[in-house]
Write a protein that binds this ligand. Structure first.
Ligand SMILES: [Fe+2]
Ligand SMILES: [Fe+2]
Length: 367
């Protein structure tokens, strides 16, 4: 790939150079100028494509998996979101994995741990629970729970519950790209619950207050579970006092209450409210984001493509792609849950952001 620009590779092929390239190949080497323009693009070019996964398409195929495989045989009964541009690494977007997991009442999946950081966002059903390092948490729709890097965790649904579906989010593709992924099955297969149910949320989830004797020093949030009701209440209160972000409406990050930083070292998460009729301006930034519609209906324009979404739909915004969001209702707010790899971008000094330039700041449709 030649470019006729000073400072960029622009070498024409000759028989002599061809012979030279063959000689380099024989000693496991190559000439940078043959690949430089490709491996050093002027700006990020994501292989991921913007995708909207509709709940009405996904729900039935996810439920079908219940009759086809058991959680014991599957390890985890998950249907994963397979971005057409990222199939070889099983990513939903960029270096993020996402899937939908279904469990029936009375089912339990064995405990395990992995180097990948993971989260779950509950979509439907009652009686779901997760146990993280001996802390058991009960889960309801729109609750958000962490299963951090290296933590033992297992999932189940109580016998008196209903079939549960939740979205999983992990950084498996990233950790694999870094060649740092370990996985272990718990030696006893299941954990012993060593604390009162929901103790982490009761201990660390009180706004503006922190226990005098906590000694938490791990790199992720000790809170593990973030419930929907206080999250929605916080957004509602905040919406009364702010104009919000021009690009995201009223948006709040889920944070590690000890540091105020992201919930895990490699994955951040947020909930945002688009007020009735609100339409944001377009911006773009490095890092991948996967959204789930927690409430309401609206649309997003991603890379010039218009996607209409409603509750439980999932969509993705690849790195450095223009995006903007709108609430389609004139009377109700809409809420988007999202998770991202922005903590990685920030920690490595790779975060960049840009507002769309024209007056209104809205993107033109895709050509
Ligand atoms: Fe896991
Ligand atoms: Fe954004």
């Amino acid at each position: 790939m030649r470019e006729d620009v000073i400072g960029r590779a622009n070498v024409e092929d000759t028989p002599e150079l061809d012979r030279y390239y063959q000689d380099l190949e024989r000693v496991d080497a190559a000439a940078l100028w043959t690949v430089a323009n490709k491996i050093e693009p002027w700006e990020p070019k994501s292989d991921s494509v913007p995708v909207l996964w509709r709940w009405r398409d996904l729900r039935d195929v996810v439920l079908r998996s219940v009759d086809l495989v058991s959680p014991e045989k599957a390890g985890r009964r998950v249907v994963y979101l397979n971005n057409p541009g990222r199939r070889e690494v099983a990513a939903a977007c960029g270096w993020l994995f996402s899937g939908l997991q279904v469990m029936h009442p009375g089912e339990v999946a064995t405990a395990h741990q992995h180097s990948a950081s993971a989260l779950r966002f509950i979509m439907e059903g009652s009686g779901a629970y997760t146990i993280v390092d001996g802390h058991k948490m009960s889960l309801a729709a729109n609750d958000f729970v962490l299963t951090p890097n290296g933590a033992w965790h297992e999932h189940g649904v109580e016998a008196d519950g209903t079939p549960c579906i939740w979205q999983d989010g992990l950084d498996i593709p990233l950790v694999n790209a870094l060649e740092a992924n370990f996985f272990a099955v718990h030696p006893d297969l299941y954990q012993k619950v060593g604390y009162a149910v929901d103790d982490t949320t009761h201990t660390f989830g009180n706004p503006g207050l922190r226990p005098v004797d906590d000694k938490w020093s791990k790199g992720y949030s000790p809170m593990f579970k973030y419930q929907w009701e206080p999250t929605y209440e916080a957004l509602t209160k905040y919406s009364r006092t702010t104009d919000g972000s021009p690009f995201d409406g009223v948006m709040m990050n889920y944070v590690n209450p000890i540091t105020g930083g992201p919930v895990m070292q490699t994955i951040g998460a947020a909930m945002q409210m688009l007020r009735s009729g609100e339409a944001t301006r377009a911006h773009r930034h490095t890092g991948s984001v996967i959204y789930q519609v927690a409430k309401g209906k609206g649309y997003s324009i991603i890379g010039g493509r218009h996607f209409d979404w409603r509750e439980r739909d999932i969509f993705c915004v690849p790195s450095w792609v223009w995006h903007e969001h709108g609430n389609a209702s004139a009377s109700d707010d809409a809420c988007l849950f999202s998770f991202n790899d922005l903590p990685v971008m920030a920690a490595l000094g790779l975060y960049r952001e840009e507002a769309y330039g024209d007056n209104a700041g809205h993107q033109p449709p895709a050509a």
